[in-house]
Ligand binder design. Sequence first.
Ligand code: PNS
Length: 356
Amino acid sequence: MRIISGSARGTRLAAVPPGVRPTSDRVRESLFNALGQFFDGGSVLDLYAGTGALGIEALSRGFGRATFVEKDGRAAAAIRENVRRTGVEDRAEIRRENVERALERLLEYGNTYNLIFMDPPYRIAPTEVEGVLSRLGALLAPGGRVVVERGDAPEEVLLGEKGVTRRYGGTLVTVFDRSDFMMNVAVCPGSFDPITVGHLDVIRRAAGVFDHVVVAVGANRVKNPRLSPESRVALVEKVVADLGNVSVEVMDGLLVEFARERGARVIVKGLRAVSDFNSEFEQAQLNQTLDPEVETMFIMASAKHSFLSSSAVREIASYGGDVSEFVPREILHTVIASYAGSQADTERRIKTESKG
Ligand code: PNS
């Protein structure tokens, strides 16, 4: 194995230690051609570095600094030998530790990189690869890229099939840019006392637009809801169980703070008739004043849900009326019982049902 191009061009690298699967010269050459031939400064992070060939190739081609992460002792020794041979020792940092631990430290230091290589051994579980990959966005400098090398038929789908993948013989190389790591998260807030088919329609449609939706169940001390926040969360969780990108949480505090803490830049609300407008306009303006970076967006209720509300469901159920058209089937029995029996009975029932 040799360095292909740049200041250390032609330098032969040390023998590959057992158990290390190096990136072949041919793949390395094609990969760097695809990235662009020469670089002016900037830093590179080489994870599961093996012999360090990728990071050293980057240094040879003009990168300023490289950090190599490799937990295997013999491989780390080969990297040390290779940076010496290629004359890049003073620009190289070798961290002999596990990748996850190294990432924690680098994130703590606030380091950022222009290029991150990740060539995990094939024996590493796909979930671990995805877990490591999902954290790399925070380490990328503006304009930075992440390059992942994998075997021929990878079981895992990386970052929801984002990135550009090229095949070099039996090797797949995927290049991600920074935008691939930015998830569009929205918060869908409400009292959900109880959740109705109208709410569910809005949540479902939001889940089709955003990468992730967090349903925020307001603790709402002012409104004094019939069910505890935890019980309302249990009901919402039951009806969104088939939506893989929706999570449900209690919100006890300001909505804009809740959104910020979850990395959400959008609040999604459903809008029914004109009568909703004043109150929603007021809340959106208040929230915008509290945090101008969080945007409120509205999804128009379907015509068939125009006059449906949690308060109507509560009232109809309290008189023993039929609410089967208004609440999701999975929670119908609980809702009917909740607004007829005692509050204690209701809480007990919901706890038992959410366990099963
Ligand atoms: O379903 P609802 O009752 O209309 O939901 C109201 C909710 C939970 C969205 C609202 O009460 C809320 O945002 N509560 C959090 C407290 C807050 O941020 N208040 C200031 C902005 S109005």
